[in-house]
Design a binder for this molecule. Structure first.
Ligand SMILES: Cc1ncc(COP(=O)(O)O)c(C=O)c1O
Length: 392
């Protein structure tokens, strides 16, 4: 066979050409320092250090002796009912279990939502800075992510006016919002979320709300889009509040007409969601008190950073509203946050994520610090950052 023809047989598709998640490179560099005996404070990773609630692990252990077969594609009925109850307990809103779909983390929720809601070529607005996989998944599925640059004036959120202006230039099919958001840690007020949903729907633009950081709200109580509209698609997960990242389990709330299409899609793509994780997730709701303790730990970490970082020279950051992220403006020190993060890691052994991962336009001015670690680590990080900045 001709060499060219043989090479073509193993060529990746054009749509698989999505950028990697750069934080992985930071993690690899940190691992090299640790292998050489260094002690790195990990503030680059967006995941809790604590394990899943004890009741969740115990339920999984008990289930291990059972057959663990496939489940219904939409998820174990009792788990869907338990999630529905969570909406009335936490938000006072009644959601039918029939509208709840269990997914393999919120990551699978995005794929299902985008496939069920949009066709190839559809334009979907997302906030910039924002979580990189939103745009990469949309691109891989043939949709067009439309980045809307947010500013301090609107608490770094998309507003109805911004949406209107973008839609007028070229029509949008959807908009994705997140509150609390990654990487900024900022939240939309309930009024801001409501205003955006109303404007969006009036324009015929569909709304997806990523609520993965709900429960980790400090500045105000997070509002669910499920209360504001029966047409919005809500995506959530057990990864963050319930500390279950590796269990790969999440859920969606979908408008009734989308449930069967998502059922068909998930049935074909995955058959069902891992049974063991579904069983653990259902039990996790009984471990809320344990998770509230973990949340109090984040609150203390947040206090240490918000008070400590300005004292050592890092005094410009976004409102630290929720999740476990602090997004710092480092433009007073550098115009290349990637290089800044690299040197902070190599010289002070503090790992943070350069903003360029989250914002192709202005990210070179920002660093994201995750405060999901321990209070002792946060104090040590403030000291190291201070000493390092002082020496520069
Ligand atoms: C904003 C946001 N959405 C979604 C996810 C995906 O999480 P998972 O697939 O574990 O539910 C993450 C993970 O970091 C995130 O930060």
């Amino acid at each position: 066979m001709m060499l060219d023809a043989a090479r073509r047989l193993v060529l990746p598709s054009k749509r698989s050409d999505v950028p990697p998640f750069m934080v992985m490179d930071v993690m690899a560099a940190a691992a090299r320092i640790e292998a050489a005996g260094g002690h790195v404070i990990h503030m680059e990773v967006g995941q809790p250090a604590a394990p899943a609630p004890k009741v969740a692990t115990a339920a999984a252990q008990a289930a291990l002796s059972g057959p663990l077969r496939y489940t219904e594609t939409l998820g174990i009925r009792s788990l869907r009912e338990r999630i529905a109850r969570h909406y009335s307990d936490a938000y006072g809103v009644s959601i039918s279990p029939d509208r709840i779909i269990v997914t393999t983390g919120s990551s699978a929720g995005f794929i299902l939502a985008f496939l069920a809601m949009f066709d190839a070529g559809d334009r979907v607005a997302i906030a910039c800075p924002g979580y990189p996989p939103y745009r990469h998944i949309l691109t891989a599925l043939g949709c067009e992510p439309v980045l809307i640059e947010t500013t301090e004036e609107t608490r770094w959120a998309i507003t109805g006016d911004m949406l209107k202006a973008t839609h007028a230039r070229s029509p949008l099919a959807g908009v994705l919002v997140a509150s609390p958001a990654n990487p900024t840690g900022t939240m939309m007020t309930p009024q801001a979320l409501d205003e955006l949903i109303q404007t969006s729907e009036a324009l015929g633009i569909r709304v997806i709300s990523d609520e993965i950081y709900h429960g980790l709200d400090y500045a105000m109580k997070a509002e669910t889009a499920a209360r504001l509209s029966e047409r919005a698609v809500v995506i959530n997960s057990f990864s963050k509040f319930f500390c279950m990242t590796g269990w790969r389990i999440g859920w969606m709330v979908a408008p009734e007409p989308l449930v069967r299409p998502i059922d068909r899609l998930q049935g074909n793509l995955a058959i069902s969601v891992p049974t063991l994780s579904q069983i653990a997730a259902q039990a996790a709701f009984d471990g809320r008190a344990e998770m509230d303790e973990v949340k109090h730990g984040y609150e203390e970490n947040r206090r240490i950073l918000v008070e400590g970082l300005p004292k050592v020279g890092l005094d410009k950051f976004f409102p630290v509203d929720g999740a476990f992220y602090l997004y710092a403006d480092v433009s007073g020190f550098t115009n290349d946050s990637f290089d800044f993060a690299k040197r902070l890691l190599e010289e002070a052994h503090v790992a943070a994520t350069p903003g360029i991962d989250f914002d192709p336009m202005r990210g070179n001015r920002f660093l994201r610090f995750s405060y999901a670690g321990s209070a002792a680590e946060m104090r040590e990080a403030v000291e190291r950052v201070g000493n390092w900045l002082g020496k520069r």
